[in-house]
Design a binder for this molecule. Structure first.
Ligand SMILES: Nc1ncnc2c1ncn2[C@@H]1O[C@H](COP(=O)(O)OP(=O)(O)OP(=O)(O)O)[C@@H](O)[C@H]1O
Length: 211
């Protein structure tokens, strides 16, 4: 599903991540690691948000630098700590991202119901609690027809009932539409009830498989 080759990522000349070769098969992959180990850097790089050296290819076909638009239509990302311009509402952002990602008719409304975003649909994001921001960011990351969805700390600040609905949805998307997921969490990932395809340790600037 995702192939990473010869990846190095540096900030201001300081290399923080080196991934010589990594192959993720279709399914759900969990990345764990301590604070500052490089998880968010890796996710933001795979999402196409950061410059880096190397190759990242989706489905043996879409290379991130060679086919940036086709790649980014198929790879969605939810930040660990989402932030939006204060004056925009959930409806504004879902409309904008939904159009950019060619969301199928009805998808925005369905996701807004499942994730409980419809109750604050027309409120400016500047008035949101951290959990409300998290719910909106998860909704935006599921719009369109992604092949891969990157969820950085999806459990943080999410209430228990919404978390259960999110993980049911992830299971359904994987089983029925073959969508793959990459997740990070500082919490016990078994709480998600998801069957993991792969677990990976991020540390000392490298990524290694966990037994
Ligand atoms: N914008 C930036 N500029 C410079 N250095 C950065 C930047 N973002 C992250 N780093 C550095 O890169 C390294 C990896 O950080 P990253 O945010 O990827 O870690 P993380 O594993 O997501 O941590 P956490 O679990 O605390 O969220 C750290 O040493 C951090 O200081």
């Amino acid at each position: 599903m995702l192939t990473v080759a010869n990846l190095t990522k540096a900030y201001s000349g300081r290399t923080v991540l080196t991934v010589p070769a990594l192959l993720l098969s279709p399914g759900i992959h969990y990345f764990q690691g301590g604070n500052g180990s490089g998880k968010t850097t890796f996710f933001r790089t795979v999402a196409g948000l950061l410059p880096f050296a190397g190759q990242i290819t989706l489905d043996d076909r879409y290379e991130i630098s060679r086919d940036p638009v086709a790649y980014r239509m198929r790879v969605n990302y939810a930040e660990a700590e989402p932030l939006y311009p204060d004056f925009l509402t959930a409806r504004d952002l879902a409309g904008f991202v939904g159009r950019a990602k060619l969301a199928p008719a009805g998808q925005v409304d369905t996701l807004a119901e499942i994730l409980g975003v419809s109750t604050f649909w027309t409120q400016p994001t500047g008035t949101f609690s951290s959990g409300m921001l998290k719910k909106l960011s998860l909704l935006l990351a599921l719009l369109g027809k992604p092949r891969l969805v990157l969820l950085d700390e999806p459990l943080t600040t999410l209430d228990v009932a919404t978390a259960a609905r999110l993980f049911d949805l992830i299971r359904k998307l994987r089983d029925e539409q073959e969508v793959s997921f990459m997740l990070t969490s500082h919490q016990d990932v078994s709480l998600t009830g998801l069957t993991l395809t792969g677990s990976w340790q991020v540390g000392d600037g490298i990524i290694t498989p966990l037994p």
